[in-house]
Design a protein around this ligand. Structure first.
Ligand code: ADP
Length: 454
């Protein structure tokens, strides 16, 4: 096992990793930007090194500064968390060449899955159902029209190097396809430094269902069931739950087997998530693979009892995975609400600033993953996630009740958050029935808007 790890991240995930390390008896090194000097991850780690100015490019994306910090502190491994450098194959390669273990998959796997087009083709070859669409990058408008004709409208243009819900455009006819193509390419180039786009059939009202997997270096791999992440706004997840209200044991087995087949076909190691779209006839299609720990991993931890971060560190250290598929049971129901510093009442406008009052919920069956405290300044430089409230219940209805109780205790001011959004969502009759698709949030907000207009 490692004796010292550097955490190349900030916020709640840096804390989560430090906590796992402490329990494993591993010393920790935090890195931080100048503006994060008073952050909890800096306080809780055994050592901390400043790696640059506030902007991510100067600090949390600054590879030379992070590698120097790792060398100075003599760590054996780097945990990248999620976001920042977590899915950067170049960074994983540099770690390798500096003889520092990158806690994650191989650079080859990160590169393959980071190119969504290549990932699609590779999973198709492995026998996974993929969303009908292009098998190569769109060259010109004739190409785009031909593909759209063969799969039928609506279609979605996606950036091959895309992520974070950005760079997607839905098109309903030839005209919108042509006009969106150039903008999509330009946006892809601007956001991801890669103008390549491809086209997929736009699945109407699907659910976003993802399977968590973990593999060791000895070809042993298991899945830990699904997470339903259909509650999204602008393709960004707001609430995730496990199990999905629409996935039964039979479907879970099929999804799990498909995920394992896909991961095995590329010799995948460490944690990963295979994302699928599920249509109303229970057909599922591979969408993409995330080659890192995800924001929503706690819901899987609560229903399986597996500590994913510890397992991730253990397999990276070369230990054998002790989990056996037949021993992984989904117990009860868990859900996570992402509390963002965004003003729900004001179209989710960012609401950074200093926290004057903070009262965090507690009590049985509630887990809070957060880095904030009273007096903490939420910076506009990084993402707006300030806390994850995760509840567990014997069943979904209980998990919802506990979540409502917890959110009603949560006090934070003067910054505005997404808590009022979650309170509304959690009392919506369709949500309570489990009857929703990825369009649900948009529809719910539109419905409420209409009500207010009357
Ligand atoms: P990103 O990597 O940017 O998060 P994804 O490929 O994971 O992008 O897609 C994000 C979300 O966009 C999905 O959860 C789903 O809601 C929607 N989406 C993506 N592809 C399709 C599709 N072919 N049909 C319908 N919705 C889609």
């Amino acid at each position: 096992m490692f004796s010292k790890i550097l955490i190349a991240n900030r916020g709640e995930i840096a804390l989560r990793i430090i906590r796992a390390c402490k329990e494993l008896g591993i010393r920790t090194v935090a890195v931080y930007s100048e503006i994060d000097r008073n952050s909890l991850h800096v306080r809780l780690a055994d050592e901390a090194i400043c790696i640059g100015q506030a902007s991510s490019t100067s600090s949390y994306l600054n590879i030379p500064a992070i590698i120097s910090a790792a060398e100075i502190t003599d760590v054996e491994a780097i945990h990248p968390g999620y976001g920042f450098l977590a899915e950067n194959p170049h960074f994983a390669e540099i770690c390798e060449s500096c003889k520092i273990t990158f806690i994650g998959p191989t650079p080859e796997n990160i590169r393959l899955m980071g190119d969504k087009m290549a990932a699609r083709n590779s999973m198709h070859k492995a026998g996974l159902p993929i969303v009908p669409g292009s098998t190569s990058v769109i060259k010109n408008k004739e190409d785009a029209l031909k593909i759209a004709k063969s799969i039928g409208y609506p279609v979605i243009i996606k950036a091959a190097a895309g992520g974070g819900g950005k760079g997607m455009r839905i098109c309903h006819n030839d005209l919108t396809l042509i006009s969106n193509l150039m903008t999509a390419q330009a946006e892809a180039e601007a956001n991801f430094g890669n103008a390549n786009v491809y086209i997929e059939k736009y699945i109407e009202k699907p659910r976003h269902i993802e399977i968590q997997i973990i593999a060791d270096k000895f070809n042993h791999i298991v899945h830990l069931g699904e997470r339903d992440c259909s509650i999204q706004r602008r393709h960004q997840k707001l609430l995730e739950e496990s199990p999905s209200p629409v996935v039964d044991n039979k479907l879970r087995k099929r999804l799990g087997e498909a995920a394992l087949r896909g991961a095995r076909s590329v010799g995948y190691v460490n944690v990963g998530t295979i994302e699928f779209l599920l249509d109303s006839d229970n057909n599922f299609y591979f969408m993409e693979m995330n080659t890192r720990i995800q924001v929503e991993h706690p819901v899987t931890e609560l229903v399986t009892g597996v500590d994913l971060i510890k397992e991730q560190i253990r397999v990276a250290a070369g230990e054998k995975l002790r989990l056996q598929q037949e021993h992984i049971n989904i117990k009860g129901s868990a859900m996570e609400c992402r509390i963002n510093a965004e003003d729900f009442e004001n179209n989710f406008m960012p609401s950074p600033g200093k926290i004057e009052t903070l009262i965090l919920p507690g009590g049985p069956k509630i887990r809070i993953d957060t880095h904030i405290y009273s007096g903490y300044e939420i910076s506009p430089y990084y993402d707006s996630l300030v806390a994850k409230v995760i509840s567990w219940g014997e069943n979904r209805a209980d998990a919802i009740k506990t979540m409502l109780r917890a959110l009603s205790e949560f006090e934070i001011s003067p910054i505005k958050t997404t808590i009022p959004f979650h309170l509304r969502l959690l009392s919506n009759p369709l949500f309570l029935k489990g009857d929703f698709s990825t369009h649900f949030v948009q529809e719910m907000l539109k419905e409420e808007q209409k009500g207010e207009d009357v």
